[in-house]
Design a protein around this ligand. Structure first.
Ligand SMILES: NC(=O)C1=CN([C@@H]2O[C@H](COP(=O)(O)OP(=O)(O)OC[C@H]3O[C@@H](n4cnc5c(N)ncnc54)[C@H](O)[C@@H]3O)[C@@H](O)[C@H]2O)C=CC1
Ligand SMILES: O=C(O)C(=O)COP(=O)(O)O
Length: 525
């Protein structure tokens, strides 16, 4: 039974969903990094929010880990390249808390407009400072969105309802989408110059880090109010403090900080600062949504192989998974044979699908070919880390889809580019979904790729099979199946022989010594 650790505070529904799916769960929150490293080796899955830091060394200790599930959106607390390199799928729940977070941004905008936190504190302190608090109206004001994705677009919708004018800077926002949202797409400098309120809704990346830098803060309209419910690190906190103190920035409401938990942030105590402790996603509704969703996604992956909302591998629905399974077995074997025979020389690999295979999601087939190909070089390769390892090895990967049907109702072809030219192998699925190699380097064969095998290239001449059989018998190697193919009568022939025990280099050497044999390569699948 797969076992999952929930290491951050999560709605109890998550554990219920895991158990109902037949997944064992432990819930242990507040672990230090060393404590997490000490126990993570037992788990197949790790369910987190933003507190657990899934760093490269945590992943190194996670020897059984197959999936990290983020009950929420941001995955900047997960080292995704390290997870990919170790073959660990990382998934999130991209929509479950977006309305809630958008509502928090709107709440903070109101808090700034009417100085609600300060007015509340003053009133409860018995001061009744009616003349101290003079707010601004939102109607007719310009709201500048930096990032107009899921959350940003919900914020836009709510702000339009408040009769604000909404402008957005988001390089990936299309003109059509901006029109559909009823907002104006602008460049960053224009947004900085025009916005009365700025709200941030981008992930934290190398491009967005410090997007409200000292320079950019200086370009904002005097009195601008800034809201950040996305990630600390998007704003230069020291520069913001100065701008709040000078009054150029009229107010800032921050839910997120460069360092969290933020117990001693230099901004604390600055005038017109409103702070909440990363509460964007903290509503009952959102937490139930993300808890159920992450547990369903992780359970589906661990028990049925379905992949949803993964950040480092293509999606594969639980419905597609059984259809693709035999193709992935075929693809992995094709990748493995081409790699064992000619992989060292390959600079590029093309994966072509034809006939029925062309109707399927090709990404998992490509992933399986690469897993078979790279699996020859290193252990613990799977579909998650294979593309990453292939890229590291400098292998160019290309996918081709042919709608035509050739001689086979379905075909997967793997072609590598070597200094001697292109070389390809192809396979099909028989009616019972059994994978079969049907072509090897231009020669038609029909072979099952399984267990120990030997691949021989020889000159097609009488007596060869007898001599080979005798030699294998003398070496104590029992033949299970024998598959032959040849380019032309009397020309180059190939034999793919399944054997009951591994063919060592010694036996391979003796086979090579048989007259007419060009190569003899032991294979394993
Ligand atoms: N405070 C909290 O508790 C929560 C915070 N978040 C955070 O909110 C942020 C946004 O989440 P979503 O809207 O779901 O993400 P999303 O991926 O749907 O949208 C992000 C948008 O940012 C845009 N973007 C990317 N690079 C950009 C750049 N250099 N300049 C401008 N725009 C850029 C993208 O094109 C995209 O439209 C994330 O950082 C997420 O972690 C999400 C949920 C809760
Ligand atoms: O979903 C996100 O990106 C969030 O920032 C929410 O974080 P949390 O799950 O509340 O720790």
């Amino acid at each position: 039974m797969p076992k999952v650790l929930i290491s951050d505070q999560m709605d109890p529904k998550a554990a219920e969903v895991f158990r109902a799916a037949g997944v064992e769960v432990d819930e242990i929150t507040g672990l230090s990094k060393d404590e997490l490293k000490a126990i993570i080796g037992q788990y197949d899955g790790l369910a987190i929010r933003s507190a657990t830091k899934v760093t490269a060394d945590v992943l190194e200790a996670a020897t059984n880990l197959k999936v990290v599930g983020r009950a929420g959106i941001g995955v900047d607390n997960v080292d995704i390249p390290a997870a990919s390199a170790r073959g660990v799928v990382v998934m999130n729940t991209p929509f479950g808390n977006s309305i809630t977070t958008a509502e928090h941004a709107i709440a903070l905008m109101f808090a700034l407009a009417r100085e609600l936190p300060a007015a509340d504190a003053s009133t409860q302190a018995g001061k009744w400072e009616k003349n101290r608090f003079m707010g601004v109206e939102l109607t007719g004001k310009t709201l500048g969105l930096i990032g107009a994705g899921n959350i940003g677009s919900i914020v836009a919708d709510r702000a339009l309802g408040l009769k604000m004018k909404v402008i957005a800077y988001d390089p990936f926002l299309t003109a059509e989408r901006a029109v559909a949202l009823g907002i104006e797409k602008v460049e960053l400098d224009e947004l900085l110059a025009r916005a009365d309120f700025i709200t941030l809704h981008t992930p934290l990346t190398d491009q967005t880090r410090n997007i409200l830098s000292r320079d950019n803060l200086a370009k904002t309209k005097a009195g601008v109010r800034i809201i950040n419910c996305a990630r600390g690190g998007l704003i230069d906190e020291a520069a913001l403090k100065e701008q709040l103190e000078s009054g150029h920035v009229g107010g800032a409401a921050l839910d997120v900080f460069v360092e969290e938990p933020a117990k001693q942030n230099p901004l604390f105590g600055t005038p017109n600062l409103v702070a909440t402790p990363h509460l964007g996603a903290s509503t009952t509704e959102a937490q139930v949504n993300v808890a159920i969703q992450v547990a369903e996604q992780m359970s589906e992956f661990l028990t049925r192989g379905g992949v949803t909302n993964a950040l480092n591998m293509p999606s594969l629905s639980a419905e597609e998974a059984p259809k693709l399974k035999p193709y992935m077995a075929l693809a992995e074997k094709l990748g493995a044979i081409v790699s064992q025979l000619e992989g060292e020389k390959a600079s590029a690999i093309a994966i072509e699908v034809e006939g029925a295979a062309a109707q399927l999601n090709q990404k998992p087939i490509t992933g399986a070919v690469l897993a078979g190909f790279m699996g020859v070089y290193s252990q613990s390769v799977n579909m998650v880390n294979a593309p990453f390892l292939a890229k590291e090895r400098g292998l160019d990967v290309r996918e081709v889809r042919h709608d035509r049907e050739g001689d086979y109702h379905t075909l997967v072809r793997v072609t590598i580019t070597t200094p001697e030219g292109q070389k390809s192998v192809a396979g099909t699925l028989f009616a019972n979904a059994a994978p079969r190699l049907v072509e090897i380097f231009g020669i038609r064969v029909e072979a099952e790729l399984d267990g120990d095998m030997i691949y021989i290239v020889n000159e097609d001449a009488p007596g060869f099979i007898g001599r080979l059989g005798t030699l294998l018998g003398e070496s104590g190697i029992n033949i299970a199946t024998f598959n032959l193919g040849r380019r032309t009568a009397g020309g180059e022939a190939v034999a793919l022989i399944s054997v009951d025990s591994a063919v060592g280099q010694d036996a391979a050497g003796r086979i090579k010594a048989i007259a007419g044999v060009r190569t003899a390569t032991p294979l394993r699948f």
